[in-house]
Design a protein around this ligand. Structure first.
Ligand code: SAM
Ligand code: SF4
Length: 339
């Protein structure tokens, strides 16, 4: 991983609000091997036909062009990225793109037991594992699948492969995961694990989201303080990080809050997205997309793909409107956008 050959600095991905975008989240598939209720429908999911998905070559080309506009970090996601065959080959290709300094991966860990080592060897630097419950029954209620043991196996394989610390992201839902908060905090205090609690966002496939189902960061903090005493904010090394980090007063363990609903962090957003079928999305909550797959497949020059990225960022809104009466949930649920 090194500097790109030429960076067109007068054409960086800066939006109308001065936010500089250097972070591309790439969905490699909309398929998934579990069915989290806050993301996917329970049954009859209509997945994209395979020929619609960008190939590894096409994804690599988008990333390479992105580096000339200042993209230097990518994160692979989905759907479940590990169900995309030979994912490590994509990682290795991206690790060779000059200008890319960081490759992250977000996974449910069901297939990590088989893939952790080859993904790390290929160049994944930052691994986020999504796990909402340490209790297998609650896990099953969230995911509608019986894969808890595979996830635990996957986490162990990630540790063995050298990912450290292990980062767990837990979506927190009222009436469902409250009694998982303290066990997760204990895990963070007792092992080399960072746990980040994410507020449930209106991106579910069944439009079941309600404000009352969001377990708020402040409520989680109150539970933690009641159990462990005060927590101290930890200054973040990265001003664009969505999580606010805290450490326990005795110095053992760190947890994070991703308060997307109650404390939006849109003003420091540096991220945009490429969907599995090649649409650029400037925000999870956007209602518009810019297609690049046609450009990639009809022989368009790199400059036109770069123009598509610039125009996607130029159209970005100041922030999501979840807390406004005018909020309209996007048509695409999380699994189909790429979280
Ligand atoms: N399948 C992978 C996984 O679960 O890690 C990657 C894709 S998933 C869409 C990415 C992240 O989005 C996961 O951490 C998941 O928990 C989170 N997510 C999905 N739907 C969400 C929602 N409605 N609100 C908050 N987070 C959500
Ligand atoms: Fe699959 Fe991830 Fe969505 Fe859960 S959150 S259904 S693991 S894509």
């Amino acid at each position: 991983m090194s500097a790109p050959e030429s960076t067109n600095l007068d054409r960086r991905l800066v939006d109308r609000f001065g936010r500089v975008h250097n972070n591309l989240r790439i969905s490699v598939t909309d398929r998934c091997n579990i069915r989290c209720f806050y993301c996917m429908p329970a049954d009859n999911v209509q997945f994209m036909p395979r020929h619609e998905l960008l190939s590894f070559e096409e994804i690599e080309r988008v990333v390479r062009i992105g580096t000339t506009l200042g993209i230097d970090r990518v994160r692979l996601t989905g759907g479940e990225p590990l169900v995309r065959r030979e994912l490590h080959r994509l990682v290795a290709r991206l690790a060779n793109v000059s200008g890319i300094v960081d490759i992250g991966l977000t996974t449910n860990a069901v297939l990590l037991g088989e893939q952790a080592q080859q993904l790390r060897d290929a160049g994944v630097k930052r691994l986020n594992i999504s796990l909402d419950a340490l209790d297998p029954e609650i896990f099953k209620r969230v995911t509608r699948r019986d894969s808890y043991d595979k996830v635990i196996e996957g986490i162990a394989a990630a540790r063995a492969a050298g990912f450290s610390p292990i980062k767990i992201n837990a979506v927190s839902v009222k009436g469902l995961t409250e009694d998982q908060i303290i066990p997760f905090a204990e895990l963070a205090r007792e092992t080399d694990t960072e746990v980040r609690f994410i507020e449930f966002m209106p991106l579910d496939a069944d439009s079941q989201w309600e404000r009352d189902k969001v377990l708020l960061a402040d409520e989680i903090m109150a539970m933690l303080q009641a159990e462990f005493g005060s927590l101290e904010p930890v200054p973040s090394a990265n001003p664009n990080a969505p999580a606010n980090d805290f450490q326990f007063a005795d110095g053992r363990g760190k947890i994070g809050m991703i308060a997307s609903v109650s404390q939006p962090f849109c003003s420091t957003c540096n991220r945009f997205r490429l969907t599995a079928e090649g649409k650029l999305r400037n925000c999870l909550f956007s209602h518009e997309e810019v297609d690049v797959r046609d450009l990639l497949r009809n022989g368009s020059p790199d400059e036109e793909v770069a123009d598509a990225m610039v125009s996607s960022i130029a159209a970005k809104n100041a922030g999501h409107q979840i807390n406004s009466a005018e909020f309209v949930q996007p048509d695409r649920p999380m699994y189909s956008i790429g979280g």
